[in-house]
Design a protein around this ligand. Structure first.
Ligand SMILES: [Zn+2]
Length: 205
């Protein structure tokens, strides 16, 4: 039985690395995995999934208007697709997540989605919300905060290291714009030990 998976995490948790590994595992067994990534993420050029460890992979891209079911169905007709791997899955629309359930339920192809759970304001992305509602299998990919606790949130920070609380949900840039934090340090707005110390000094003064 095919399943819909949602593997979620904060930024910089190695999600793309895990996707590349899963892709390789299928490929190594002579199977045909299909990789998809969000069109708006063009950090490394269109149609490429790049992991920070220095590997990359060609991928089909999706925008908010992409018919994901038709895209996979067409590829599947050309050559049997054994698995669909989706990076940046937080950018799927809820309709596209429903399309993913049809890839699983009607075409019988497993779909593994990798993405962020929440944005820099701590709110669910539309794709993540729909995946949390409809995925068969949820898995948290863990990374750690500077304090050593599990990082569950992603803060947007300025070049001075100050936490940003307002703005557009999507502002893709280098990884240095975002910091993965535990809930405590996310809610306190302390993206680094230094900032936390500054806060204490101010409170003491
Ligand atoms: Zn922390």
């Amino acid at each position: 039985m095919a399943s819909l998976y949602f593997k979620f995490a904060a930024m910089n948790s190695g999600k793309s690395t895990q996707l590349l590994q899963a892709h390789y595992n299928y490929f190594e067994r002579g199977m045909n995995p299909m990789a998809l990534t969000a069109k708006l993420d063009d950090r490394f050029g269109d149609g490429k999934i790049t992991a920070r460890i220095g590997l990359d992979l060609h991928a089909e891209t999706f925008g908010t208007d992409t018919d994901v079911l038709a895209l996979v169905q067409k590829a599947h007709e050309d050559k049997k697709v054994d698995c669909v791997l989706i990076d940046e899955a937080q950018f799927l629309t809820s309709d596209q997540v429903i399309a993913c359930t049809k890839i699983v339920d009607d075409l019988g192809i497993p779909v593994m989605c990798y993405g962020l759970k929440t944005d820099f304001m701590g709110k669910l992305f539309p794709g993540s919300e729909a995946l949390l509602r409809f995925a068969d299998n949820l898995e948290e990919i863990k990374t750690i905060c500077w304090c050593g606790r599990k990082a569950t949130h992603t803060a947007r920070v300025t070049s001075k290291g100050d936490v940003v609380r307002e703005g557009a949900q999507v502002a893709i840039g280098g990884n240095d714009m975002y910091v993965s934090l535990c809930r405590k340090h996310f809610l306190r707005g302390e993206p680094a030990a230094q900032k936390a110390a500054d806060g204490k000094d101010k409170a003491a003064a």
